[in-house]
Design a protein around this ligand. Structure first.
Ligand SMILES: [Zn+2]
Ligand SMILES: [Zn+2]
Length: 438
């Protein structure tokens, strides 16, 4: 039986589907869901405006007759909107997953927002405005240089800003209430949590009438409004929290079993985590609720490089797949490169540092197949960014490896990428074209 790999043509980001034949039956795996219907890039090119559940049904089909769910395992690799929004639409559209695998950081975020949403937003406002304005301005410049969001730079920089951490420590001890308790506590909490909890609370919290009555909230708002970057950061953090709560609550309430994987930079992952057909390479499966780091801001703004990386191993009947997400592969776990492996291009083929690019070039010599998913506009020069995707390390793989993109940096190649495992290699199907990026 042939395995099937499909890179869905989402407006931005990644959505990868793998249909894998195991002795015990077929496994349908969905890794990320791309950006949602409201993605700003939709308006720039001619594609049907459909939500992810509609796209999924059109490209992959309805659930098999003998199944109660559409995918066996759904994975959310990290909380970027161009990876998670589509997963939220998947559930809103009534589709079902048997299991949903989530980043471990989501567990503490859910607890903090679901038990006290107003308090969590107030905490966020305090934390954001505790960052010195000049530091935030410098981070904004760095973000433009690196072509990443302000949030991404904040996530990378904040742990180093010792003085800032001092102003917020000691405020969050009560947030560790559930630490070391069974993860079912979080699942129970989610079964009664409104998916739009954070948005609803924020609307109320921003309401002038409400603010007029509560002078301390008013002072939080004044502090936020004292610098546009404070407001920008606050709103993006609020949206991060809202996505975590929405995705997890919708998944739980649709009947999915939730499993949690915590990123590990150092150390070797437990080889029994996950399932035999899908193993984490840079994460450990959680058994209890982790104690959350002090500032809420830090648990929300997890940098791209902490994306979860999963590996579907080669067997006698299956070819390997490596799901790179937006990882930079700077982690302790070893990558089991193999000649027949399909690799999803890390971070949409964005710039990586030379040491890590070398790691990929070594891998490509053996004739691997690479699939790159991206947005239509990400391949064009941004007003500020010098880093147009894909960057040369990816294009340079062409000599040794086969490359396929959902959006190439020419004006025409936009496609759903379909590959099938044929004897000993992944082969393009139907009209799937090789990469035209130059
Ligand atoms: Zn991404
Ligand atoms: Zn391409």
């Amino acid at each position: 039986m042939q395995d099937e790999f499909i890179a869905l043509r989402v407006p931005e980001g990644d959505a990868f589907f793998l249909k894998r034949h195991e002795d015990t039956g077929v496994r349908r795996i969905l890794i990320d869901g791309g950006a949602g219907l409201k993605a700003k890039y939709w308006k720039y090119y001619h594609a049907p405006r459909e939500s992810f559940d509609q796209l999924f049904i059109r490209e992959i089909g309805l659930r098999p007759r003998d199944s109660s769910w559409d995918v066996d395992v759904m994975v959310c690799t990290h909380n970027d909107r161009d990876h998670t929004e589509g997963l939220i639409e998947f559930f809103r559209g009534g589709l079902k997953a048997q299991e949903v695998w989530l980043p471990g950081s989501f567990a503490s975020i859910i607890h903090r927002f679901a038990s006290d949403p107003t308090g969590a937003l107030a905490r966020l406002a305090e934390e954001v405005t505790a960052i010195p304005k000049e530091d935030l301005a410098a981070m904004k410049v760095k973000a433009a240089e690196q072509d990443v969001s302000l949030l991404d730079v904040v996530a990378q920089t904040l742990p180093e800003l010792e003085s800032w951490v001092k102003t917020t420590e000691g405020q969050s001890l009560e947030m560790n209430l559930y630490a070391n308790e069974p993860l079912e506590r979080i699942s129970d909490l989610l079964s009664i949590t409104a998916p739009d909890l954070v948005y609803t609370t924020a609307r109320y919290w921003f309401d002038p009438f409400y603010l007029g009555r509560l002078w301390h909230r008013q002072s939080d708002m004044l502090a936020l409004r004292s610098d546009p970057l404070y407001l920008e950061l606050f709103v993006s953090l609020m949206e991060l929290g809202a996505r975590v709560v929405a995705l997890s609550a919708l998944a739980r309430q649709s009947g999915a079993t939730l499993r949690w994987f915590e990123f590990e930079k150092k150390g070797t992952p437990n080889s029994l985590d996950g399932e035999p057909y899908l193993r984490p390479l840079n994460a450990r499966e959680l058994k209890v609720v982790p104690s959350s780091p002090g500032p809420l801001l830090l648990s929300l703004s997890v940098p791209n490089k902490e994306s979860l990386v999963f590996h579907a191993p080669a067997t006698e009947q299956n070819l390997a797949v490596l799901f790179s997400a937006d990882s930079n592969f700077d982690f302790g776990g070893t990558v089991p490169w193999s000649a027949d492996m399909l690799i999803t291009a890390p971070h949409h083929g964005a710039r990586v540092n030379n040491r890590l690019a070398a790691r990929f070039v070594i891998a490509s010599v053996r004739g691997t197949v690479w699939v790159r998913s991206d947005g239509a506009l990400a391949t064009q020069p941004s007003p500020v960014g010098a880093w147009v995707r894909p960057t040369p390390w990816y294009i340079n793989l062409k000599g040794n490896a086969s490359l396929f993109c959902t959006h190439c940096n020419d004006a025409t190649t936009r496609q759903t990428v379909r590959l099938k495992s044929v004897t000993s290699s992944w082969q393009p199907q139907l009209a799937t074209q090789t990469c035209q990026c130059s």
